[in-house]
Design a protein around this ligand. Sequence first.
Ligand code: GRF
Length: 220
Amino acid sequence: MSGMVRKRVAILISGRGSNMAALLAAAQGPAYPAEISLIVSNQADAKGLATARAAGLATALVEHRQFADREAFERALQSTLETHRIDIVCLAGFMRLLTPSFVGRWQERMLNIHPALLPAFKGLDTHERARAAGVKIHGATVHFVIPEMDSGPIIAQGAVSVHDDDTADMLAARALAVEHKIYPLALRLVAEGRVRIVDGRCLIDGAAFPDRSLIAPSTD
Ligand code: GRF
């Protein structure tokens, strides 16, 4: 494409990689402002890593277990990202906590997806906790990464209904479909430079929010 310089994106995974796959699919679009330049896994057996290799993508395995400490692991991660001239990092089921120093290097350039409507249900087992709490609306959040876990300015959210007879797995599946919509949307907004952080909140430049349905409760 002439005229458009796409941002170079690395996706960091530890497992299944379904959000990775959703981002890859979106980035196939001719007008998408980002290209997926690298997939990094910290787990050799991550299913998503096999998917990425099969798709012929550039991949890197940076196994935290191979390093003496968190800092050494992150130095290796940083150097891999620099080698591939990465502009934006997307965490997608990446199950390592990152130090404030690493996070600081990627300030406003690192995104995460969390399977709940933040700031509710930070941490693990979000679907079971949402079900047990009896919330009627649940969902997913894409946010910029700050040192504090599952915090940071919210870029996009999507909601789903919680049904009385839902199991955690049923709720997870419903919310995952929303994840696969909002992550490509959020990355697009960031890559286009349309997200400004003001007083800890993301303001989206340009027209109205691109898809109102993503911020309204779904009726399913
Ligand atoms: C997703 O639910 C994501 O929100 C959470 O971890 C899960 C990763 O799934 N952070 P996948 O590897 O993208 O399929």
